[in-house]
Ligand binder design. Structure first.
Ligand SMILES: Nc1ncnc2c1ncn2[C@@H]1O[C@H](COP(=O)(O)OP(=O)(O)OP(=O)(O)O)[C@@H](O)[C@H]1O
Ligand SMILES: *[C@@H]1O[C@H](CO)[C@@H](O)[C@H](O)[C@H]1NC(C)=O
Ligand SMILES: *[C@@H]1O[C@H](CO)[C@@H](O)[C@H](O)[C@H]1NC(C)=O
Ligand SMILES: *[C@@H]1O[C@H](CO)[C@@H](O)[C@H](O)[C@H]1NC(C)=O
Ligand SMILES: *[C@@H]1O[C@H](CO)[C@@H](O)[C@H](O)[C@H]1NC(C)=O
Ligand SMILES: [Mg+2]
Length: 453
């Protein structure tokens, strides 16, 4: 691992969960509440700093490679502070608790073809169908087979980033010179790049090696699961003169190291924010097949929910706390956080959700799992409707126990700089497989729980 890592320098080095918290605190009208929020953040930051320096030290010994100058970066909510609030916020509804496990015996998701028919879950993005998305639901129940989104709904889902589309973009992005670097993709370490043909990408220069690795491996895990909500991504070497020559001065100003490997993701125009749907908010009973609320939804609303179910599954597997979980955490000082847009989630005018900024996934997320796991678990527990294709892929990875091998192969075959950036440690690869197994069991549990429908 030769990635050059800058020592963290505030405010850039704070993970966005924390920065969002600060920012949201600032928007509060009451001065006293504002001060309280800032104090809370400061207190948290100092606890994390001490804790993470220690954890970082221990962790470095376990890794195959060592990174010189790795800044301390890890953080999570303090146990004492957050535990009570969060347990209340995310409490699993009583009905669900009493039911846990028992009825899932006798169910078996292993035979996925018997389980879900033999349909090919390729979905497409025809714009002609958009008219059907607006009106009230006429096409029958949104859920079939007890806990799965219906086929007719799957058929209407727009898919922007198909595998073919992503491959074309990746090839182009690798071969195109960057002619401009400017702000426009969040914090200063993320720059908006313009290619010579005028198209754009967000460049992420990780403050910490974990970040670029997390972003990249998360992208390939999505691909493995058939989740197509992430913009295509490639890695690039800043020292690559052909690609970066035109913006050398700007790179020097940014103090980016020539040795750094950065990620480039396609920049998407006309994106808007997304508010967390009511069933997934803290006061609700969760997203499950018996929900009366579903009966009143428009097709567009159902299509969005269907993508949310993938998002929850995906953020659980990758332990990404920097989306729904961080918003829920912010509720402690910002009671209106759920009425605002969700972190790192956007939507195209066609209705496809775009999962951006996945750098907390897999690597950093696994490192701080002790702190966040109960919240990840609670969020997953609140969802009992799934996409068939995602379930099928999860069942396969569960049955073959080969998530490490398949992710590594896909990453190596698709990304020329994979060797340079490195892969999950054995320990983290085992954590991923374990989460796949837990998710599988949860789906099984839902199948049993809603067997009477
Ligand atoms: N691929 C993209 N296409 C279009 N806009 C993007 C893309 N990626 C990021 N952005 C824009 O940049 C903003 C910040 O992106 P991102 O979350 O990746 O950076 P960040 O530094 O973590 O910022 P924040 O702290 O706001 O989360 C997004 O809200 C969005 O407006
Ligand atoms: C599930 O079914 C498969 C065959 O479809 C079988 O091999 C496997 O042992 C079963 N697992 C359980 C837990 O019953
Ligand atoms: C799996 O389901 C298919 C289709 O129903 C069936 O033909 C096959 O025998 C099943 N396999 C097992 C091991 O149950
Ligand atoms: C984005 O919105 C603008 C203004 O509404 C429109 O002209 C443009 O075509 C849109 N771009 C895409 C890619 O939809
Ligand atoms: C569905 O919508 C109607 C009319 O807006 C409303 O009266 C009814 O309560 C809604 N039902 C549910 C379950 O939300
Ligand atoms: Mg972000």
């Amino acid at each position: 691992m030769r990635l050059m890592v800058k020592q963290s320098s505030p405010p850039d080095s704070k993970p966005s969960a924390q920065r969002s918290a600060v920012r949201r605190g600032e928007t509060m009208r009451a001065l006293s509440a504002n001060l309280f929020a800032l104090l809370l953040v400061c207190a948290l930051a100092s606890v994390f700093y001490v804790w993470s320096a220690l954890e970082n030290h221990l962790e470095r010994h376990k890794r195959d490679f060592s990174v010189p100058g790795r800044g301390s970066f890890h953080q999570g909510p303090s146990e004492d502070l957050s535990a009570k609030t969060f347990r209340a916020l995310l409490a699993v509804p009583a009905a669900q608790r009493h039911n846990s496990g028992a009825r899932s015996e006798g169910q078996n998701l292993t035979n996925t073809s018997a389980f879900m028919g033999t349909r090919d879950y390729h979905v497409n993005g025809d714009d002609e169908r958009s008219a059907q998305r607006e009106g009230p639901v006429k096409l029958g129940s949104p859920v079939d087979d007890r806990i799965f989104w219906s086929d007719w709904l799957e058929d209407l889902l727009p898919v922007r980033f198909t595998e073919g589309y992503a491959e074309v973009w990746r090839n182009k992005a690798r071969a195109s010179p960057v002619v401009k670097l400017e702000p426009g993709c969040g914090r200063i370490s993320n720059q908006l790049a313009t290619f010579s043909d005028g198209t754009k990408a967000c460049v992420r220069y990780g403050i910490n090696a974990d970040q670029v690795q997390g972003e990249t491996l998360t992208y390939y895990l999505a691909s493995l699961l058939g989740i197509t909500n992430l913009p295509p991504l490639v890695l690039s070497h800043i020292g690559d003169s052909a690609q970066w020559a035109a913006v050398r001065t700007r790179i020097n100003d940014l103090q980016w190291s020539d040795r750094a490997v950065v990620s480039l993701t396609e920049w998407i125009s006309n994106l808007t924010g997304v508010v967390t749907p009511a069933p997934l908010r803290q006061e609700s009973s969760g997203l499950h097949p018996a929900l009366k609320w579903l009966e009143n939804k428009t097709t567009a609303g159902l299509l969005e929910l269907m993508q949310w179910s993938d998002l929850i599954v995906f953020d659980y597997l990758t332990a990404n706390f920097d989306r729904l979980v961080s918003n829920l955490f912010s509720l402690q000082w910002d009671p209106h956080v759920m009425e605002r847009d969700t972190n790192n989630l956007l939507k195209t005018p066609y209705g496809d959700l775009v999962f951006i900024d996945n750098e907390a996934g897999l690597v950093h997320g696994f490192r701080v799992l002790n702190m966040w796991e109960k919240y990840h678990h609670s969020v997953l527990s609140s969802v009992c409707v799934f996409r068939k294709r995602t379930t099928q892929r999860v069942a396969e990875l569960h049955r073959h126990r080969d998530s490490r091998r398949r992710l590594l192969e896909l990453y190596r075959d698709s990304e020329p700089l994979s060797q340079e950036l490195g892969f999950l440690s054995d320990e983290h690869a085992a954590v991923l497989q374990d989460r796949i197994d837990r998710l599988y069991k949860h789906i099984l549990h839902c199948k049993g729980k809603y067997s009477q429908l």
